[in-house]
Design a binder for this molecule. Structure first.
Ligand code: NAP
Ligand code: F7E
Length: 379
Protein backbone atom coordinates (compact mmCIF):
# COMPACT_ATOMS: atom_id res chain seq x y z
CA UNK A 1 0.00 0.00 0.00
CA UNK A 2 2.76 2.34 1.04
CA UNK A 3 4.59 1.94 -2.25
CA UNK A 4 1.33 2.19 -4.22
CA UNK A 5 0.59 5.51 -2.51
CA UNK A 6 4.09 6.77 -3.10
CA UNK A 7 3.92 5.66 -6.75
CA UNK A 8 0.65 7.53 -7.11
CA UNK A 9 2.06 10.64 -5.44
CA UNK A 10 5.13 10.40 -7.61
CA UNK A 11 3.16 10.19 -10.82
CA UNK A 12 0.93 13.09 -9.70
CA UNK A 13 4.02 15.21 -9.07
CA UNK A 14 5.55 14.11 -12.35
CA UNK A 15 2.38 15.01 -14.20
CA UNK A 16 2.34 18.43 -12.54
CA UNK A 17 6.00 18.97 -13.34
CA UNK A 18 5.51 17.99 -16.98
CA UNK A 19 2.37 20.10 -17.25
CA UNK A 20 4.32 23.05 -15.93
CA UNK A 21 6.91 22.96 -18.70
CA UNK A 22 6.79 26.42 -20.19
CA UNK A 23 6.43 27.48 -23.77
CA UNK A 24 9.21 29.75 -25.00
CA UNK A 25 7.00 32.84 -25.09
CA UNK A 26 6.10 32.34 -21.41
CA UNK A 27 9.71 32.40 -20.32
CA UNK A 28 10.61 36.01 -19.75
CA UNK A 29 9.66 37.71 -16.51
CA UNK A 30 11.37 40.65 -14.83
CA UNK A 31 14.22 39.22 -12.80
CA UNK A 32 16.61 40.47 -10.11
CA UNK A 33 18.36 37.29 -8.98
CA UNK A 34 21.01 35.53 -11.07
CA UNK A 35 19.57 33.16 -13.64
CA UNK A 36 21.02 29.73 -14.35
CA UNK A 37 20.16 27.41 -17.22
CA UNK A 38 20.84 23.69 -16.79
CA UNK A 39 20.86 21.01 -19.47
CA UNK A 40 20.56 17.54 -17.94
CA UNK A 41 18.47 18.88 -15.02
CA UNK A 42 16.67 15.53 -14.70
CA UNK A 43 19.95 13.64 -14.17
CA UNK A 44 21.81 12.89 -10.94
CA UNK A 45 23.99 16.02 -11.02
CA UNK A 46 21.26 18.25 -12.44
CA UNK A 47 19.01 17.53 -9.48
CA UNK A 48 21.68 18.29 -6.85
CA UNK A 49 22.83 21.39 -8.71
CA UNK A 50 19.26 22.70 -8.89
CA UNK A 51 18.92 22.32 -5.13
CA UNK A 52 22.19 24.17 -4.58
CA UNK A 53 21.32 27.04 -6.93
CA UNK A 54 17.82 27.47 -5.49
CA UNK A 55 19.38 27.62 -2.01
CA UNK A 56 21.70 30.34 -3.28
CA UNK A 57 18.74 32.39 -4.50
CA UNK A 58 19.06 31.75 -8.25
CA UNK A 59 16.22 31.54 -10.72
CA UNK A 60 16.72 28.18 -12.37
CA UNK A 61 15.62 27.06 -15.82
CA UNK A 62 16.02 23.42 -16.76
CA UNK A 63 15.93 21.92 -20.22
CA UNK A 64 14.03 18.65 -20.35
CA UNK A 65 13.48 16.45 -23.36
CA UNK A 66 10.23 14.94 -24.42
CA UNK A 67 9.78 11.41 -23.15
CA UNK A 68 6.82 9.03 -23.38
CA UNK A 69 7.13 8.30 -19.67
CA UNK A 70 7.89 10.69 -16.81
CA UNK A 71 11.56 11.61 -16.52
CA UNK A 72 11.41 14.23 -13.76
CA UNK A 73 11.61 11.87 -10.73
CA UNK A 74 14.82 13.39 -9.41
CA UNK A 75 13.43 16.94 -9.36
CA UNK A 76 9.79 16.32 -8.51
CA UNK A 77 10.45 17.29 -4.88
CA UNK A 78 11.48 20.75 -6.15
CA UNK A 79 8.29 21.27 -8.15
CA UNK A 80 6.93 24.84 -8.10
CA UNK A 81 3.58 25.82 -9.58
CA UNK A 82 4.40 28.24 -12.42
CA UNK A 83 0.99 29.88 -12.05
CA UNK A 84 2.00 31.26 -8.67
CA UNK A 85 4.08 34.42 -8.36
CA UNK A 86 7.77 34.11 -7.60
CA UNK A 87 8.33 30.67 -9.11
CA UNK A 88 12.07 30.12 -9.19
CA UNK A 89 12.34 26.76 -10.98
CA UNK A 90 11.00 26.42 -14.50
CA UNK A 91 11.31 23.66 -17.05
CA UNK A 92 11.38 24.06 -20.79
CA UNK A 93 11.45 21.49 -23.56
CA UNK A 94 14.61 21.35 -25.63
CA UNK A 95 17.23 18.91 -26.81
CA UNK A 96 20.99 19.01 -27.31
CA UNK A 97 20.33 17.54 -30.75
CA UNK A 98 18.14 20.49 -31.70
CA UNK A 99 20.02 23.77 -32.26
CA UNK A 100 16.93 25.86 -32.82
CA UNK A 101 15.52 24.93 -29.41
CA UNK A 102 18.81 25.92 -27.75
CA UNK A 103 18.87 29.25 -29.62
CA UNK A 104 15.31 30.03 -28.69
CA UNK A 105 15.79 29.13 -25.02
CA UNK A 106 18.93 31.26 -24.74
CA UNK A 107 17.25 34.24 -26.37
CA UNK A 108 14.31 34.02 -23.98
CA UNK A 109 16.04 33.06 -20.73
CA UNK A 110 19.21 35.19 -21.12
CA UNK A 111 20.99 33.19 -18.40
CA UNK A 112 23.95 34.47 -16.38
CA UNK A 113 25.27 30.93 -16.01
CA UNK A 114 24.86 27.81 -18.15
CA UNK A 115 25.62 24.34 -16.85
CA UNK A 116 25.86 21.86 -19.72
CA UNK A 117 25.27 18.54 -17.96
CA UNK A 118 23.14 16.86 -20.62
CA UNK A 119 24.72 13.77 -22.17
CA UNK A 120 24.33 10.13 -23.12
CA UNK A 121 26.50 9.41 -20.11
CA UNK A 122 26.80 5.61 -19.98
CA UNK A 123 30.22 4.38 -21.14
CA UNK A 124 29.18 0.77 -21.88
CA UNK A 125 26.09 1.91 -23.78
CA UNK A 126 28.19 4.30 -25.87
CA UNK A 127 29.75 1.24 -27.58
CA UNK A 128 26.23 0.25 -28.72
CA UNK A 129 25.13 3.73 -29.85
CA UNK A 130 28.41 5.51 -30.73
CA UNK A 131 26.98 7.87 -33.33
CA UNK A 132 24.12 9.05 -31.11
CA UNK A 133 26.55 9.47 -28.22
CA UNK A 134 28.75 11.64 -30.45
CA UNK A 135 25.75 13.78 -31.41
CA UNK A 136 24.53 14.48 -27.88
CA UNK A 137 27.65 14.27 -25.76
CA UNK A 138 30.06 15.80 -28.29
CA UNK A 139 28.21 17.98 -30.81
CA UNK A 140 25.60 19.01 -28.23
CA UNK A 141 28.29 21.16 -26.62
CA UNK A 142 29.18 23.07 -29.78
CA UNK A 143 25.48 23.60 -30.51
CA UNK A 144 25.22 25.31 -27.12
CA UNK A 145 28.38 27.36 -27.61
CA UNK A 146 27.28 28.46 -31.09
CA UNK A 147 23.87 29.40 -29.74
CA UNK A 148 25.61 31.64 -27.19
CA UNK A 149 27.67 33.26 -29.93
CA UNK A 150 24.72 33.74 -32.26
CA UNK A 151 22.46 35.29 -29.62
CA UNK A 152 25.26 37.61 -28.48
CA UNK A 153 24.65 37.07 -24.77
CA UNK A 154 27.65 36.67 -22.40
CA UNK A 155 26.79 33.91 -19.92
CA UNK A 156 29.39 31.87 -18.05
CA UNK A 157 29.49 28.31 -19.42
CA UNK A 158 30.27 25.09 -17.53
CA UNK A 159 31.10 21.94 -19.50
CA UNK A 160 30.70 18.57 -17.75
CA UNK A 161 34.00 16.99 -18.70
CA UNK A 162 35.06 13.63 -17.39
CA UNK A 163 37.96 11.60 -16.00
CA UNK A 164 37.12 9.13 -18.81
CA UNK A 165 39.24 11.48 -20.97
CA UNK A 166 42.37 9.99 -19.35
CA UNK A 167 41.33 6.45 -20.32
CA UNK A 168 44.51 4.44 -20.74
CA UNK A 169 46.27 6.64 -18.24
CA UNK A 170 49.64 8.21 -19.05
CA UNK A 171 50.40 8.95 -15.37
CA UNK A 172 48.96 8.50 -11.90
CA UNK A 173 47.51 10.53 -10.28
CA UNK A 174 45.85 12.41 -13.13
CA UNK A 175 45.94 16.22 -13.15
CA UNK A 176 44.87 18.99 -15.52
CA UNK A 177 48.10 18.45 -17.52
CA UNK A 178 47.87 14.65 -17.91
CA UNK A 179 47.46 13.76 -21.62
CA UNK A 180 44.12 12.32 -22.72
CA UNK A 181 43.72 8.80 -24.14
CA UNK A 182 39.97 8.15 -24.50
CA UNK A 183 38.87 4.49 -24.51
CA UNK A 184 35.20 4.63 -25.53
CA UNK A 185 32.87 6.47 -27.89
CA UNK A 186 31.63 8.32 -24.79
CA UNK A 187 35.15 9.47 -23.90
CA UNK A 188 35.89 10.45 -27.53
CA UNK A 189 32.72 12.57 -27.57
CA UNK A 190 33.72 14.16 -24.24
CA UNK A 191 37.19 14.90 -25.67
CA UNK A 192 35.59 16.87 -28.51
CA UNK A 193 33.38 18.72 -26.01
CA UNK A 194 36.39 19.51 -23.79
CA UNK A 195 38.47 20.93 -26.61
CA UNK A 196 35.66 22.91 -28.22
CA UNK A 197 34.99 24.54 -24.84
CA UNK A 198 38.66 25.54 -24.56
CA UNK A 199 38.59 26.68 -28.18
CA UNK A 200 35.59 29.00 -27.68
CA UNK A 201 37.27 30.45 -24.59
CA UNK A 202 40.43 31.15 -26.59
CA UNK A 203 38.72 32.21 -29.83
CA UNK A 204 35.91 34.39 -28.55
CA UNK A 205 36.94 35.23 -24.98
CA UNK A 206 33.98 33.32 -23.55
CA UNK A 207 33.94 32.52 -19.84
CA UNK A 208 33.87 28.75 -20.48
CA UNK A 209 35.27 26.22 -17.99
CA UNK A 210 35.70 22.45 -18.00
CA UNK A 211 35.17 20.50 -14.80
CA UNK A 212 37.08 17.24 -15.24
CA UNK A 213 35.02 15.31 -12.74
CA UNK A 214 36.00 11.86 -11.55
CA UNK A 215 33.23 9.34 -10.80
CA UNK A 216 30.68 10.68 -8.36
CA UNK A 217 27.78 8.70 -7.02
CA UNK A 218 24.77 9.09 -4.76
CA UNK A 219 21.41 7.70 -3.80
CA UNK A 220 20.18 9.29 -7.05
CA UNK A 221 22.74 7.58 -9.30
CA UNK A 222 21.32 5.77 -12.34
CA UNK A 223 20.80 2.10 -11.48
CA UNK A 224 23.03 0.71 -14.25
CA UNK A 225 26.19 2.46 -13.03
CA UNK A 226 28.31 0.11 -10.99
CA UNK A 227 27.95 1.69 -7.53
CA UNK A 228 24.16 1.83 -7.58
CA UNK A 229 23.87 -1.53 -9.31
CA UNK A 230 25.76 -3.00 -6.33
CA UNK A 231 23.87 -1.19 -3.55
CA UNK A 232 20.46 -1.89 -5.13
CA UNK A 233 21.26 -5.58 -5.60
CA UNK A 234 22.86 -6.16 -2.19
CA UNK A 235 19.93 -4.59 -0.31
CA UNK A 236 17.42 -6.62 -2.35
CA UNK A 237 19.46 -9.78 -1.72
CA UNK A 238 19.43 -8.99 2.02
CA UNK A 239 15.61 -9.08 1.99
CA UNK A 240 15.38 -12.13 -0.27
CA UNK A 241 14.07 -10.11 -3.23
CA UNK A 242 16.98 -11.12 -5.49
CA UNK A 243 19.33 -14.11 -5.54
CA UNK A 244 22.42 -13.11 -7.56
CA UNK A 245 24.35 -10.08 -8.71
CA UNK A 246 25.99 -10.42 -12.16
CA UNK A 247 29.01 -8.20 -12.67
CA UNK A 248 31.77 -7.39 -15.17
CA UNK A 249 35.37 -6.42 -14.41
CA UNK A 250 35.89 -6.35 -10.64
CA UNK A 251 39.53 -5.19 -10.93
CA UNK A 252 38.77 -1.76 -12.42
CA UNK A 253 39.67 1.03 -10.00
CA UNK A 254 37.85 4.32 -9.64
CA UNK A 255 38.15 7.53 -7.63
CA UNK A 256 34.59 7.70 -6.28
CA UNK A 257 33.17 10.81 -4.60
CA UNK A 258 29.73 12.08 -3.55
CA UNK A 259 27.73 13.94 -6.21
CA UNK A 260 26.47 16.64 -3.82
CA UNK A 261 30.09 17.68 -3.13
CA UNK A 262 30.87 17.75 -6.84
CA UNK A 263 28.05 20.09 -7.94
CA UNK A 264 29.42 22.65 -5.50
CA UNK A 265 32.67 22.59 -7.50
CA UNK A 266 30.70 23.35 -10.70
CA UNK A 267 29.24 26.48 -9.11
CA UNK A 268 32.64 27.52 -7.74
CA UNK A 269 34.18 27.26 -11.23
CA UNK A 270 31.59 29.62 -12.72
CA UNK A 271 31.99 32.04 -9.83
CA UNK A 272 35.78 32.22 -9.96
CA UNK A 273 37.57 35.33 -11.27
CA UNK A 274 38.65 33.60 -14.48
CA UNK A 275 37.53 30.68 -16.61
CA UNK A 276 39.78 27.63 -16.32
CA UNK A 277 39.76 23.82 -16.29
CA UNK A 278 39.82 21.83 -13.04
CA UNK A 279 40.13 18.22 -11.90
CA UNK A 280 37.57 17.34 -9.22
CA UNK A 281 38.36 14.11 -7.34
CA UNK A 282 38.86 12.67 -3.87
CA UNK A 283 42.46 11.49 -4.32
CA UNK A 284 41.56 7.91 -3.29
CA UNK A 285 41.10 4.94 -5.59
CA UNK A 286 39.22 1.68 -4.91
CA UNK A 287 38.56 -1.45 -6.95
CA UNK A 288 35.01 -2.41 -7.93
CA UNK A 289 35.63 -5.53 -5.78
CA UNK A 290 36.19 -3.27 -2.74
CA UNK A 291 32.90 -1.46 -3.39
CA UNK A 292 31.19 -4.86 -3.39
CA UNK A 293 33.01 -6.02 -0.24
CA UNK A 294 32.12 -2.82 1.66
CA UNK A 295 28.47 -2.93 0.58
CA UNK A 296 27.87 -6.60 1.37
CA UNK A 297 30.00 -6.34 4.54
CA UNK A 298 27.86 -3.45 5.79
CA UNK A 299 24.82 -5.73 5.35
CA UNK A 300 26.55 -8.70 7.07
CA UNK A 301 26.56 -10.72 3.84
CA UNK A 302 29.40 -12.72 2.29
CA UNK A 303 29.56 -11.25 -1.23
CA UNK A 304 31.24 -14.34 -2.71
CA UNK A 305 28.03 -16.31 -2.21
CA UNK A 306 26.04 -13.94 -4.40
CA UNK A 307 28.28 -12.29 -7.02
CA UNK A 308 28.90 -13.94 -10.38
CA UNK A 309 30.81 -12.70 -13.41
CA UNK A 310 28.94 -12.23 -16.68
CA UNK A 311 31.22 -11.29 -19.61
CA UNK A 312 28.39 -9.26 -21.16
CA UNK A 313 29.38 -6.49 -18.73
CA UNK A 314 32.99 -6.39 -19.95
CA UNK A 315 33.82 -3.44 -22.21
CA UNK A 316 35.57 -3.63 -25.59
CA UNK A 317 38.22 -1.34 -24.09
CA UNK A 318 38.45 -0.78 -20.34
CA UNK A 319 39.70 2.10 -18.21
CA UNK A 320 41.68 0.22 -15.58
CA UNK A 321 42.65 2.88 -13.09
CA UNK A 322 41.53 6.40 -12.28
CA UNK A 323 42.91 8.50 -9.45
CA UNK A 324 42.56 12.27 -9.50
CA UNK A 325 44.68 15.02 -7.99
CA UNK A 326 42.38 17.98 -7.24
CA UNK A 327 45.13 20.24 -5.79
CA UNK A 328 44.42 23.00 -8.30
CA UNK A 329 40.73 23.15 -7.34
CA UNK A 330 41.67 23.09 -3.65
CA UNK A 331 44.18 25.91 -4.12
CA UNK A 332 42.27 28.15 -6.53
CA UNK A 333 38.64 27.48 -5.67
CA UNK A 334 38.90 26.32 -2.05
CA UNK A 335 37.01 23.13 -3.02
CA UNK A 336 37.33 19.95 -0.95
CA UNK A 337 35.36 16.69 -0.92
CA UNK A 338 33.44 16.19 2.35
CA UNK A 339 32.11 12.63 2.04
CA UNK A 340 34.53 9.68 2.32
CA UNK A 341 34.35 6.40 0.40
CA UNK A 342 32.99 4.59 3.50
CA UNK A 343 30.35 7.28 4.10
CA UNK A 344 29.34 7.17 0.43
CA UNK A 345 28.78 3.41 0.48
CA UNK A 346 26.87 3.68 3.75
CA UNK A 347 24.54 6.45 2.61
CA UNK A 348 23.75 4.63 -0.64
CA UNK A 349 23.11 1.33 1.14
CA UNK A 350 20.89 3.03 3.75
CA UNK A 351 18.82 4.68 1.03
CA UNK A 352 18.48 1.52 -1.04
CA UNK A 353 17.59 -0.49 2.06
CA UNK A 354 14.60 1.86 2.39
CA UNK A 355 13.59 1.10 -1.21
CA UNK A 356 14.03 -2.64 -0.70
CA UNK A 357 11.90 -2.50 2.45
CA UNK A 358 9.13 -0.72 0.53
CA UNK A 359 9.32 -3.35 -2.19
CA UNK A 360 9.16 -6.20 0.35
CA UNK A 361 6.18 -4.56 2.05
CA UNK A 362 4.36 -4.16 -1.28
CA UNK A 363 5.03 -7.81 -2.13
CA UNK A 364 3.68 -8.92 1.25
CA UNK A 365 0.51 -6.87 0.67
CA UNK A 366 0.06 -8.34 -2.80
CA UNK A 367 0.47 -11.78 -1.30
CA UNK A 368 -2.19 -10.98 1.23
CA UNK A 369 -4.64 -9.80 -1.40
CA UNK A 370 -3.88 -12.89 -3.51
CA UNK A 371 -4.60 -15.03 -0.43
CA UNK A 372 -7.86 -13.14 0.16
CA UNK A 373 -8.90 -13.73 -3.45
CA UNK A 374 -8.04 -17.40 -3.08
CA UNK A 375 -10.23 -17.42 0.04
CA UNK A 376 -13.17 -15.96 -1.89
CA UNK A 377 -12.70 -18.59 -4.56
CA UNK A 378 -13.12 -21.35 -1.98
CA UNK A 379 -16.33 -20.00 -0.52
P1 NAP B 1 22.89 11.34 -15.94
O1 NAP B 1 22.29 11.05 -14.61
O2 NAP B 1 23.00 10.27 -16.95
O3 NAP B 1 22.04 12.57 -16.58
C1 NAP B 1 22.18 12.93 -17.92
C2 NAP B 1 21.18 14.04 -18.23
O4 NAP B 1 21.30 14.38 -19.62
C3 NAP B 1 19.72 13.63 -18.02
O5 NAP B 1 19.01 14.73 -17.51
C4 NAP B 1 19.26 13.33 -19.44
O6 NAP B 1 17.86 13.48 -19.62
C5 NAP B 1 20.00 14.43 -20.19
N1 NAP B 1 20.07 14.19 -21.63
C6 NAP B 1 20.37 13.04 -22.28
N2 NAP B 1 20.28 13.21 -23.60
C7 NAP B 1 19.90 14.49 -23.81
C8 NAP B 1 19.61 15.27 -24.96
N3 NAP B 1 19.69 14.74 -26.19
N4 NAP B 1 19.25 16.55 -24.80
C9 NAP B 1 19.14 17.09 -23.56
N5 NAP B 1 19.40 16.41 -22.43
C10 NAP B 1 19.77 15.12 -22.56
O7 NAP B 1 24.34 11.98 -15.76
P2 NAP B 1 25.04 12.61 -14.44
O8 NAP B 1 25.69 11.50 -13.70
O9 NAP B 1 24.08 13.51 -13.77
O10 NAP B 1 26.21 13.44 -15.12
C11 NAP B 1 26.01 14.79 -15.53
C12 NAP B 1 27.03 15.12 -16.60
O11 NAP B 1 28.35 14.95 -16.09
C13 NAP B 1 26.98 14.25 -17.86
O12 NAP B 1 27.35 15.06 -18.94
C14 NAP B 1 28.05 13.20 -17.61
O13 NAP B 1 28.53 12.69 -18.83
C15 NAP B 1 29.08 14.02 -16.88
N6 NAP B 1 29.95 13.31 -15.94
C16 NAP B 1 29.40 12.49 -14.99
C17 NAP B 1 30.22 11.89 -14.05
C18 NAP B 1 29.67 11.01 -12.96
O14 NAP B 1 30.45 10.28 -12.34
N7 NAP B 1 28.38 11.08 -12.67
C19 NAP B 1 31.62 12.14 -14.09
C20 NAP B 1 32.11 13.00 -15.06
C21 NAP B 1 31.27 13.59 -15.96
P3 NAP B 1 16.84 12.25 -19.30
O15 NAP B 1 16.63 12.27 -17.80
O16 NAP B 1 15.63 12.60 -20.07
O17 NAP B 1 17.51 10.97 -19.76
O1 F7E C 1 31.68 1.70 -14.33
C1 F7E C 1 33.18 -1.65 -13.99
C2 F7E C 1 33.24 -0.99 -15.35
O2 F7E C 1 29.52 2.30 -15.39
C3 F7E C 1 32.75 1.79 -13.42
C4 F7E C 1 29.94 7.70 -15.89
O3 F7E C 1 29.26 8.53 -14.97
O4 F7E C 1 31.97 7.81 -14.64
C5 F7E C 1 31.02 6.92 -15.17
O5 F7E C 1 31.63 6.02 -16.09
C6 F7E C 1 33.65 0.58 -13.55
C7 F7E C 1 34.05 0.25 -15.02
O6 F7E C 1 31.11 4.12 -14.60
C8 F7E C 1 30.16 -3.63 -13.95
O7 F7E C 1 33.85 -1.85 -16.31
C9 F7E C 1 32.24 -3.92 -13.49
O8 F7E C 1 35.42 -0.03 -15.06
O9 F7E C 1 29.88 2.86 -12.94
P1 F7E C 1 30.44 2.72 -14.30
P2 F7E C 1 32.23 4.60 -15.64
O10 F7E C 1 32.29 3.75 -16.83
O11 F7E C 1 33.48 4.82 -14.86
C10 F7E C 1 32.65 8.62 -15.60
C11 F7E C 1 33.61 9.54 -14.87
C12 F7E C 1 31.72 9.32 -16.51
O12 F7E C 1 32.01 10.40 -17.01
C13 F7E C 1 30.54 8.56 -17.00
O13 F7E C 1 29.52 9.44 -17.45
O14 F7E C 1 32.96 -0.57 -13.10
N1 F7E C 1 32.10 -2.64 -13.88
N2 F7E C 1 31.07 -4.55 -13.54
C14 F7E C 1 30.82 -2.42 -14.17
N3 F7E C 1 30.18 -1.29 -14.57
C15 F7E C 1 28.84 -1.39 -14.77
N4 F7E C 1 28.16 -0.28 -15.16
N5 F7E C 1 28.16 -2.56 -14.59
C16 F7E C 1 28.76 -3.70 -14.18
O15 F7E C 1 28.13 -4.75 -14.01
Amino acid sequence: MLSKTSALLKSTFSRRAQASVLKYNQLSEPQMAKTALISGITGQDGSFLTELLLEKGYDVYGIIRRSSSFNTDRIDHLYQDPHEKGTRLRLVYGDLNDSSSLNMILRQVQPDEIYNLGAQSHVRVSFDIPEYTGEVTGLGTVRFLEAIRETGIRPRFYQASSSELYGKVAETPQTETTPFHPRSPYACAKAYAYYITVNYRESYGMFASNGILFNHESERRGETFVSRKITRAATRIKLGLQKKLYMGNLDARRDWGYARDYVEAMWMMLNADEADDYVIATGETHAVREFIEKTFGYLDLDWQEYVEIDPRYFRPAEVDLLLGDASKARRQLGWEPKVSFEQLVKLMVDYDMGLANQEAEARALNHKSAATRAGWGSI
